[in-house]
Design a binder for this molecule. Structure first.
Ligand code: GLN
Length: 190
């Protein structure tokens, strides 16, 4: 299985290392031809307005948007969530995103998260993180904080987290993406 990591900006190598530790081949995606032959794509954190500009400049925005619509598995973290949730960017998740939603007081923080369907908590690392104030069908919330902010969600082939699973040593989100989304999609295609 080959999974690409969008490598225009942001935490690329951490995702590559985590995916490799999960037993798949991970490779950076910098231009259109790099998308060929992939089974899934990760869009890392960074700065979403800069990443959007770079996506347009590298002519990657519309090919990735098309992949999203075709059911191709995509996992976006932090700025990746922003791009996937914005209708004008990748439009892959039916919800409302609040950028830098935790404000200055709580720019960066770490907290234990309860993930829908998982028995053990997950350690969430938030860095100038966005959140979703609501998600609508077919999107589903996977993690909702006590104050109601949705910080992980899935819409069919699209998985998003506000926090940074690649900065922990806990591979469960990447493994979930690989096993439940990428592998299942490959079964369908083959
Ligand atoms: N605040 C950034 C944005 O909205 C995201 C921060 C991050 O990816 N760590 O683009």
């Amino acid at each position: 299985m080959k999974i690409g990591v969008l490598a225009l900006q942001g935490a690329v190598s951490e995702h590559v290392d985590m995916l490799t530790a999960c037993g798949v081949t991970a490779r950076p995606v910098k231009e259109q031809p790099d998308l060929t032959g992939l089974d899934g794509l990760v869009i890392p954190g960074g700065e979403s307005t800069t990443m959007r500009k770079l996506l347009v400049r590298e002519q990657l925005l519309s090919p990735i948007k098309t992949l999203v619509q075709q059911g191709f598995p995509i996992f976006g973290t932090c700025a990746g969530l922003v791009l996937l949730a914005q209708p004008e960017s990748l439009d892959g998740l039916n919800g409302t995103v609040v950028r830098n939603g935790f404000g200055r007081q709580r720019e960066s923080f770490e907290t234990a998260l309860t993930v829908k369907g998982w028995s053990k908590p997950y350690h969430g690392i938030f860095i100038r993180a966005p959140y979703l104030s609501e998600v609508k069908q077919p999107a589903e919330a996977l993690v909702t904080l006590a104050d109601g902010q949705i910080v992980a969600a899935q819409q069919k082939n699209v998985l998003v987290t506000s926090f940074h699973p690649e900065l922990t040593s806990d591979p469960r989100f990447h493994q979930y993406f690989i096993d439940q989304m990428v592998a299942k999609r490959s079964d369908q295609v083959n």
